[in-house]
Design a protein around this ligand. Sequence first.
Ligand code: SF4
Ligand code: SF4
Length: 261
Amino acid sequence: MTIQEIQETAAGFTQQSELNQIKSLGIKTIFDPPILAAVSAHDSVFTQLQEPQIIGNHHQLPVGRLKDAATVISYFLPFSEDIRRPNRVPDLPAAAWLYGRIEGEELNRALAGHLVYVCREAGASADAPLLDPEIHMPEFTSRWSERHIAFAAGLGTFGLSRSLVTVRGCAGRYGSIVTSLNIPASHPRYEPFLSYCSICGRCSDRCPAGSITSGGKDVRVCAQYQDGIKKQFSPRYGCGKCQTAVPCEKALPAIIPNRTQ
Ligand code: SF4
Ligand code: SF4
């Protein structure tokens, strides 16, 4: 299989799934079709992610997830205009965003499961880390960071808000599949770390919690703010002000001073 064939399968699944709508809000599309990228499961980037200054050695290698891993396929599901537009106002998150964040995750999980099925139908083994209930750890960390995996696969680079900035923007959700299928690496990986970020500071201005500064994002301050949102809107939560009404919301920013490639 090629990455293009898998991308078409993923796009078809996303467009046809009943889970890609919020009937109670009249929203017919939570996510636009995903973009995908493939990277060798043996790329040195995965051991770099285990360095203490990046994530740490609790972060799993692809071969730690799947013994015969050959390729990691990462995908980005961009939120549709119907989810992003209402959240462009300041302060509290829009209902569409809260539903997109929580109900949308059901579609994300279903897509991951579908891609595992597709790989297995092709005679390969496959694993979707986001379906593993043990993947999340205390203290805002994970054994498999989907954003870092997307960076590793070349889907985008980080922004000041620590969202991943892709050609389809930063507002959306990520997932990945580890598989024994041999698929050539599909995207170059851009350096430095903030290549796609214009450092415009708009995400910092938008953050109601003050968690984004010129040094990046304080995840604890963000999480504390979102705890308050959860108390108010439980079972839903989210914020996404740093991902909406910003130049990187749905595309790369027009001016990218840091990009060297
Ligand atoms: S809003 Fe500006 S500074 Fe923040 S991540 Fe996007 S491009 Fe970078
Ligand atoms: S999600 Fe909200 S609180 Fe967290 S960094 Fe973004 S704007 Fe700030």
